[in-house]
Design a binder for this molecule. Structure first.
Ligand code: ADP
Ligand code: MG
Length: 225
């Protein structure tokens, strides 16, 4: 379970990005995080991967208190929580295969097992045929899939997707959302930050709305199936 309790985040510049935010997300949920640009969505994600700590309040994942988490547990946290960054952060000078392999190499996974894992995830997200291409050779939707693949490297229990359809046309956006739904159906908790009202309104999932850092709405309207 993810639990935010009275979380406030002020940046050193004085901006209050989140203000007294509280919510809980159960394992296996699919949640949309909605709000205009600057409302605090990315900040919320950064707190969940312990990229930073809140100014006040607590962030829990299961029984891990992320404020108190020791530095040596951060790599383990990042295996439990996969993230697809808004700007993807794919390495331009590595192939798609090498990009997905990278976190496994850093974690010292045995080479053959790591390569098998990469093949498996690329197939899962549907871009096996682009394995040996460089990011510049892929379309926006394919790049998004590559970033999702990398985020899935360690079979995380939670996947954060930061505006994954932000730069995509409508049809491609829906394909990405369907992929995220498949990942969710296999048991992964998903939080998707988005502006796409069409997708949010069609899917009838739970919606958290942020406005200027304040959680103004939390609909629990998920339908089973
Ligand atoms: P969103 O992802 O919803 O667009 P962000 O979490 O990026 O929102 O930003 C929330 C607020 O925090 C905004 O006012 C933004 O300008 C500010 N902010 C974000 N990152 C930083 C930072 N590194 N330093 C200072 N202010 C920041
Ligand atoms: Mg953002």
């Amino acid at each position: 379970m993810i639990k935010f309790e009275n979380v406030t985040k002020k940046y050193p510049t004085g901006n209050t990005a989140l203000e007294d935010v509280s919510f809980a997300i159960e394992p296996g949920e699919f949640v949309f995080l909605v709000g205009p640009s600057g409302s605090g969505k990315t900040t919320l994600f950064r707190l969940l991967i312990r990229d930073m700590v809140p100014s006040t309040g607590s962030v829990m994942i299961g029984d891990w208190d992320l404020v108190k988490l020791s530095r040596k547990k951060i790599p383990h946290l990042r295996k439990r929580v996969g993230v697809v960054f808004q700007d993807l952060k794919l390495l331009r000078d590595r192939t798609i295969f090498e990009n997905v392999l990278f976190p496994l190499e850093v974690a010292d996974m045995e080479d053959n097992a790591a390569r098998r894992r990469v093949d498996e995830i690329l197939a899962q997200v549907g871009i096996s045929e682009h394995s040996d291409k460089f990011p510049v050779q892929l379309s926006g939707g394919e790049l998004q899939r590559a970033a999702i693949a990398r985020a899935l490297a360690f079979s995380p229990e939670i996947l954060l997707a930061d505006e994954p359809t932000g730069n995509l046309d409508n049809a491609t956006s829906w394909e990405i959302v369907k992929l995220l739904q498949d990942i969710n159906a296999a048991g992964t908790t998903i939080i998707m930050a988005t502006h796409n009202a069409d997708i949010v309104n069609s899917l009838m999932k739970r919606v958290l709305v942020l406005e200027k850092g304040v959680l103004t709405r939390d609909d629990k309207r998920e339908k089973k199936g």
